[in-house]
Design a binder for this molecule. Structure first.
Ligand SMILES: Cc1cc2nc3c(=O)[nH]c(=O)nc-3n(C[C@H](O)[C@H](O)[C@H](O)COP(=O)(O)OP(=O)(O)OC[C@H]3O[C@@H](n4cnc5c(N)ncnc54)[C@H](O)[C@@H]3O)c2cc1C
Length: 354
């Protein structure tokens, strides 16, 4: 076990939340590894909305590959793989030790673990429009696309009734499609939703009509009716990828999100959770903010300096110049060579611009 590679931080999940956390921990001088299965929610984005500085025509995969190149350029290790197990190894003298992570043939040890594993949207059965071209999974991202357009919301639970009523802020044409299933929302919600100008269509969908550009144009139903739609939202819930966090004993909330404090700390020492895996708005800027906060919190927790008076005493009463800086040699070398380093070629001064 002691022969295994050891990191200050291992991040499980490489979406916007995990990659941002890794960016911070790496640039703050901590050896960091990201293990990412790939194909999360950000990877599903056909185009990117609500991320200031990123234009809408950037796809989720383009966004993520730039982010991966960024963290690697600072010296973070990035590996494609699915983490199957995380255990706490007993340290010397029986105290809690490092975390041991397994992802296929890869095994690593880490002082701190960040879970950024997100969730999977529960997908209704086909026929369905194409994701990003009529089938949309993110209200705050895509409601804007449907101003004054005919919209559907699929589902039978509280969330579907609620989202249908919210969509009336954007368009006058909203249908709920129950697809032949029993309505599950409460009697109170039923009265509320039926008082809004929303059609509740109970027939199952039999077909999807698309334009040449792939965008949804209409749906047909088993009673041979046809309704025009530009797009809509399936509302069947979320499966949180919380198994690894739960296996370490992290507290979870009733909906399956992992419980954290304001900095992403879970109920287990040394374990953090960020992004869609925790309670919040399920947006890229929010996920990135949570990743940044957790990265900075870890830096506060594990940085070497300033040493406390007790630590200085234990170190012999004085810190030698040979003991500084505290950064690992590999990250120091990377930082010295990085384009972001002061005075490097490419800065206006070095290029002779005044
Ligand atoms: C279709 C769609 C469009 C969207 N559009 C927008 C938008 O325009 N703007 C916006 O702000 N938000 C948008 N969102 C929401 C946004 O994608 C999420 O809020 C954001 O991706 C959350 O980031 P995350 O890192 O927490 O999770 P994710 O992006 O889901 O990443 C989680 C990663 O963890 C990995 N993982 C899971 N389990 C393991 C494991 N055991 N081992 C290793 N890796 C693991 C997954 O494979 C995945 O790569 C959209 C969502 C969807 C579904």
């Amino acid at each position: 076990m002691s022969d295994l590679p050891e990191y200050d931080v291992t991040v499980v999940g490489g979406g916007p939340a995990g990659l941002t956390a890794a960016l911070y921990t790496t640039r703050l001088g901590h050896d960091t590894k990201v293990i990412n299965r790939g194909g999360g929610r950000a990877a599903m984005m056909v185009d990117t909305h609500n991320v200031i500085g990123v234009t809408e025509d950037v796809s989720g995969n383009e966004f993520l590959s730039t982010a991966i190149e960024q963290i690697q350029s600072y010296g973070a290790d990035y590996e494609r793989g699915k983490v199957e197990a995380v255990e706490r190894v007993e340290g010397e003298n029986g105290e809690e030790g490092l975390f041991h992570l397994t992802a296929g043939d890869t095994e690593v040890l880490a002082k701190q673990v960040i879970f950024a594993t997100g969730f999977s949207d529960v997908r209704p059965d086909p026929p369905l429009p194409r994701t990003g071209r009529g089938l949309h999974w993110c209200l705050h991202c895509d409601a804007y696309m449907f101003v004054d357009e005919p919209v559907f919301v699929m589902g039978t639970g509280e969330a579907s009734a609620h989202v249908a009523m919210i969509m009336l802020n954007f368009t006058p044409e909203v249908d709920i499609l129950t697809r032949g299933q029993e309505i599950e929302w409460s009697e109170e919600t039923d009265q509320q939703v039926r008082a809004h100008p929303i059609d509740i269509v109970t027939e199952e969908v039999s077909g999807i009509e698309r334009g040449d550009d792939g965008w949804l144009e209409a749906m047909t139903f088993e009673d041979d009716t046809r309704r025009e739609y530009r797009g809509g939202f399936p509302m069947y819930g979320s499966d949180y990828n919380n198994e690894l966090a739960a296996s370490l004993g992290c507290d979870t909330n009733d909906d399956g999100t992992v419980a954290v404090d304001d900095h992403g700390r879970t109920s287990v020492d040394g374990v953090y959770a960020v992004g869609d895996l925790i309670d919040g708005h399920n947006q890229i800027p929010v996920a990135m903010g949570e990743g940044a906060k957790a990265g900075i919190a870890i830096h506060y927790d594990i940085r070497t300096f300033p040493m406390s008076r007790e630590e200085i005493e234990a170190a012999g009463g004085e810190i030698s110049t040979e003991d500084v800086p505290a950064m690992a040699e590999e990250l120091r070398t990377q930082a010295r060579e990085h384009a972001g380093k002061a005075g490097e070629a490419g800065t206006s001064e070095a290029a002779g611009d005044d």
